[in-house]
Design a protein around this ligand. Structure first.
Ligand SMILES: *Cc1c(COP(=O)(O)O)cnc(C)c1O
Length: 409
């Protein structure tokens, strides 16, 4: 008899987006003529930059000729892409890394989940709350999160509340935590950390011998000049932090699939005997066992992001979303609603009026304005009382959606 992974069973009945779809579908059944606008999507909608498309077409043609055919690529990714990353994402910010510290992946979600493979099951976990659900869920599925309580908190997870009262900036915890997930610019709140705020976290990790997993998926959306794009801009971070990046939100690669993870040589974790093991080495071993690389085509597409044309097109795309965010925030702000984020991230984090719950406000937006949002509670207990709106839509849809919301408030 084959036995299932029962840890995974615990996730079966809490999938946020299934609940949203169910609610939207039943609304559509009772309101067949309503034109529903989706401001809940966490997926990009603009076409992939031409530079990337052309590079991918060329890569496909390479595969069609024996002389330029590519089979399995190098385990950590192609040098052409790694070199471009080192130069444009790091050297340009004064961060020096070596090629063997970069691991090209098929996306950030895969790696955030898989990193759990190289860490013992009984590490304590800390997350800022609310947060991208994949960090907790992947730990649940490996049995590391413990049990869920009536407020939706897992027993082995430390939740670091980020609310209006602390400007959505996570306070440094009092206790030791082994592994901390940080995501800045933040999904869902849109908050960013200044250099000093991020430095406090790096110092905490150094002092407490903790590991930080830093998700910088929205790095390209940072507008303020003094906000760090990489955790390695902070001194000492190379000893304690793994950084995860993705071309999904940067270049519209959610359907193409390419990202990368940085594990500096100095990052270590301990065995029970106290021996320090290089996580770079262990991750390489894990990857060569379970992963055969991102496709040649998507890596060529990602390389083109760093060409002058690619940079220009990516900037235009991000400017488009950020202009959506600006317009949305401005219009909503005029109604007296409390609206956060949207300045260094494509997300608006909106406080429900009159102490309304997340789901109640979600229903109101759907039934009054025919706008789909994402209930904040789906991102963790501290998300209660908020909804997330995204700027990942067509300008006209964003404007129309917000106009309707303003009308009904
Ligand atoms: C969208 C997103 C990612 C990107 O995931 P991919 O697997 O690279 O598409 C990673 N982290 C967060 C917080 C995200 O919102």
């Amino acid at each position: 008899m084959a036995l299932v992974n029962e840890h995974l069973l615990r996730l079966l009945d809490n999938y946020l987006f299934t609940d949203i779809t169910r609610k939207v579908n039943s609304f559509k059944v009772t309101h067949p003529k309503a034109e529903v606008i989706h401001l809940g999507i966490g997926d990009v909608t603009r076409p992939i930059p031409a530079a990337c498309r052309e590079a991918m077409c060329k890569a496909v043609n390479d595969l069609g000729k024996a002389e330029t055919f590519h089979g399995y690529g190098p385990e950590q990714g192609y040098d052409f892409l790694i070199e471009a990353i080192l130069k444009h994402d790091y050297a340009s910010r004064g961060v020096s890394l070596s090629a063997s510290e970069i691991f090209i992946s098929d996306g950030a979600k895969t790696d955030t989940g898989n990193l759990g493979d190289i860490l013992r099951h009984d590490n304590s976990i800390g997350v800022t709350d609310p947060i991208y659900p994949a960090y907790i869920d992947s730990n649940v599925s490996s049995g590391r999160a413990g049990y869920i309580d009536e407020w939706g908190k897992w027993s082995n997870v430390v939740y670091i509340p980020c609310r209006m009262e602390n400007n959505f900036i996570p306070p440094i915890p009092e206790q030791r935590i082994d592994i901390i997930y940080l995501c800045f610019p933040n999904n869902p709140t849109g908050a960013v950390l200044t250099k000093n705020e991020l430095k406090n976290w790096v110092n905490y990790a150094i002092k407490n011998d903790a590991l930080i997993i830093f998700d910088a998926a929205y790095e390209a959306y940072i507008r303020q000049p003094d906000i760090p794009h990489s955790i390695y801009e902070i001194k000492g971070a190379k000893k304690v932090a793994i950084e995860i990046r993705s071309f999904s939100k940067t270049a519209g690669f959610t359907g193409v699939r390419c990202g990368y993870t940085v594990i500096p040589k100095e990052v270590t974790a301990a065995t029970l005997n106290g021996e320090r093991i290089s996580l770079n080495k262990l991750w390489l071993r894990r990857q060569t066992t379970k992963f055969n690389g991102a496709s040649y085509i998507s890596q060529r597409g990602a390389e083109a992001v760093y060409t002058p044309q690619g940079q220009e097109e990516v900037k235009t795309m991000i400017d488009y979303y950020m202009e959506n965010a600006r317009l949305m925030k401005k219009a909503l702000g005029g109604t007296g609603l409390k609206v956060f984020g949207g300045e260094n991230a494509p997300y608006l984090w909106v406080k429900a009026p009159d102490g309304m719950s997340s789901w109640k406000f979600f229903d109101k937006l759907l039934y009054d304005a025919q706008v789909v949002s994402t209930p904040g509670i789906g991102f963790g207990p501290s998300g209660e009382g908020y909804v997330r709106l995204t700027a990942f839509n067509d300008r006209r849809q964003c404007e129309e959606g917000i106009k309707r919301i303003c009308h009904y408030l």
